[in-house]
Design a protein around this ligand. Structure first.
Ligand code: F1P
Length: 340
């Protein structure tokens, strides 16, 4: 399948995007001083944008919003020449994204981060950055997602002039390669849960968008109901849905959010959930609370976790799809490019 091949190409796609950092620096040099950043996107690209918000607020210190392209006409906030509106799109042709771009172009500075060379968004935005994922045939975005993320990290790093993070990003492709080595374990997990009716994905901070993306991949190619939740929101209603054997994928990297997400893992466990955890190989408590644990190097803290931690989630959806007799390259009701 294209999808599996493209997941395996991810470390390389990230590496190639890192190599283009000089293009990013050139674009940043042209920027005036902004006082608001606004990300706009659909689907998987929206989840990359959500991570962008944490990065821009944390590294650059500029207030940042994330708006679904289809909602932009109803709620875009104040747009002026001090606002940078960043459009994230694999194809550069998504209808809702282009419509929002045309509105934003009239009032604010616009930047398109796109994978397809010469696409409409690249011709219409004030500034353009390319992700270097190469062509993506799989309908559900995988390697283009991690390339978008890489580009967003680099943009935040360049705008925030953070040399330490610029050095650290070079280690990420290796971590992603190691994550790919969990494939056999993930195949077994997929077999175990292939008949589940509902799935929950939980995480906090940087792991919240990862949880959302894990749930979207599951919906897109397995047709199983998957909900991505900010772990702290569970207690505001959805806990009622956690009962015996409901699979809960918990994204729990070490870092600021760790202890509170671990508390949520204990909560769902007490209600009988089957916990599939993603966390550090040194996290003995998380291991003891989980039915399955996918382990990562301990040094991958929450800020960098979105890149390596999404890999097993993509593989899980892929293998669940195959287990259910679905062709993950031909999901029903989903086009590679949504032009309506
Ligand atoms: C957005 C998107 C993808 C999804 C599918 C349909 O596309 O929702 O995230 O996987 O391909 O379109 P784009 O604007 O990033 O090209």
């Amino acid at each position: 399948h294209f999808m599996l091949k493209e997941i395996h190409e991810e470390p390389d796609a990230v590496k190639k995007t890192i190599m283009e950092v000089s293009d990013i620096k050139k674009v940043v040099e042209k920027f005036p001083k902004f006082n608001r950043i606004c990300f706009v996107a659909c689907g998987t690209s929206y989840h990359a944008s959500m991570i962008g918000k944490y990065l821009f607020e944390g590294i650059v210190g500029i207030p940042t919003d994330v708006i679904l392209a289809s909602e932009f006409e109803f709620s875009a906030g104040a747009l002026d020449e001090k606002t940078l509106v960043i459009f994230i799109s694999q194809s550069g042709e998504t209808a809702d994204t282009l419509k929002a771009l045309r509105t934003a172009n009239e009032k604010a500075e616009t930047l398109a981060i796109v994978n397809v060379l010469g696409s409409t968004a690249t011709r219409e935005a004030d500034h353009v950055l390319y992700t270097r994922a190469g062509p993506e045939i799989g309908v559900a975005a995988t390697k283009t997602y991690v390339s978008q993320l890489t580009c967003i990290y680099l943009l935040a790093i360049c705008m925030g002039q953070n040399e330490k993070l610029l050095e650290e990003i070079h280690k990420i492709p290796e971590y992603m390669k190691n994550a790919l080595e969990k494939e056999d374990q993930i195949k077994d997990i997929a077999k175990k849960y292939k008949d589940a009716k509902d799935f929950f994905f939980i995480g906090r901070g940087f792991s919240y968008p990862t949880a959302m993306e894990g749930a979207l991949k599951l919906k897109e190619i397995t047709y199983i109901h998957g909900e991505g939740y900010a772990a702290g929101e569970l207690k505001h209603g959805p806990l009622a849905l956690i009962e015996d054997n409901v699979p809960v994928v918990a994204v729990v990297p070490p870092g600021e959010s760790h202890d509170r997400t671990l508390g949520n893992v204990q909560e769902v466990k007490a209600r009988g959930a089957s916990v599939i955890a993603l966390g550090s190989c040194n996290d003995a408590v998380l291991r003891s609370e989980s039915n399955d644990i996918i382990e990562f190097e301990d040094e991958i803290r929450d800020l960098w976790s979105p890149l390596p931690y999404v890999v097993p989630l993509q593989l899980l959806s892929y293998y669940m799809s195959v287990e259910r007799g679905i062709d993950p390259d031909k999901p029903k009701n989903l086009a590679k490019c949504v032009t309506v």
